[in-house]
Ligand binder design. Structure first.
Ligand code: FE2
Length: 228
């Protein structure tokens, strides 16, 4: 096995180890692990995709360096080591119905790598996604939902979330967010970048739908004011 493949495999193993240690934290963790355990994540099955950096590489480095929680250090180390082996992409229109109002903040500051899934740089799977997702500082990821049940493992120290309500709640590093199919959710990124593991358990080709909310302009203006 090449060093590159071993680095990608180590990152996936570190994520699985964390989830195994937190199986009881959320029903979505067990469902995710059940799916992962049914997969053949062998050395031979690893894809050898040409790495791809992004325009957000500096922000990504900042996000990874800021992972401080002791229980996340294995993931942080493996991510740091494998980062330049991975294919980093920005969300594009394929995930959203045409004309979806994501906002310029999100469009300008989102990044992900797909470790398992269709077109992944680790393991190919037709209907499952596991990857790393990043948002730049002071970004609103507007309220949305999708058919895919979704699990987030937050790696960054603090992020705001809401689930169909006007109010936000902060979640710490190591927290797990479980969004059942079609459950609304939104993410608020403060003055440090947001980084997480994300999983879509099924229906990965169904697009996201944006859920219009009256306060987006106000929230985004507040974020912009904090940076000036
Ligand atoms: Fe989502």
């Amino acid at each position: 096995m090449t060093d590159k493949k071993s680095r990608i495999q180590a990152l996936i193993s570190a994520i699985i180890s964390y989830l195994q240690a937190h199986r009881a934290a959320s029903p979505g963790v067990g469902m995710t692990l059940d799916k992962l355990e049914a997969m053949r994540l062998s050395e031979q099955a690893l894809i050898d995709a040409p790495p791809q950096r992004s325009r957000h590489d500096t922000v990504l480095n900042t996000a990874i360096d800021a992972i401080r929680t002791p229980q996340l250090q294995e993931i942080a180390h493996c991510l740091k080591v494998a980062k330049d082996d991975l294919v980093w992409r920005e969300d594009n229109a394929q995930f959203y119905p045409s004309g979806a109002d994501l906002g310029q903040g999100y469009k300008n500051r989102n990044l992900h790598t797909m470790l398992i899934g269709p077109d992944a740089c680790g393991y190919d799977h037709p209907d499952f996604n596991l990857g790393i997702f990043m948002l730049g500082p002071r970004t609103l990821y507007r309220d949305h939902n999708h058919d895919a049940p979704e699990l987030y493992l937050n790696l960054s120290e603090r992020s705001g979330w809401r689930f169909g309500t006007p109010d936000w709640q902060d979640y710490p590093a190591g927290s797990l967010i479980w969004n059942k199919s079609r459950a609304p959710h939104a993410t608020l990124v403060y003055d440090q970048p947001f980084i997480s593991v994300f999983v879509w358990l099924e229906n990965v080709n169904s697009p996201c739908d944006i859920i219009q909310c009256d306060d987006w302009a106000e929230v985004e203006q507040n974020l912009a004011n904090q940076s000036s």
